[in-house]
Design a binder for this molecule. Sequence first.
Ligand code: FES
Length: 65
Amino acid sequence: MYLCICNAIREDDFRQLARRCTGSAEDIYAKLGKTPICGQCLDEAEGLLHAIRETDALLERVLAG
Ligand code: FES
């Protein structure tokens, strides 16, 4: 499934990079060599980024005991 149609960024690719990188959705796009074009995907991308980081932080807390 594509997260960004303009740049053909797949949600899975965005997720994998988001777990290894800091910064905003646009920063993740830049690491993929892309820049937003229409910008319609950015709210969804930021929401996905927030959810990924919240989930990872929760998992770290659970695993730390
Ligand atoms: S859908 Fe991502 S910039 Fe247009």
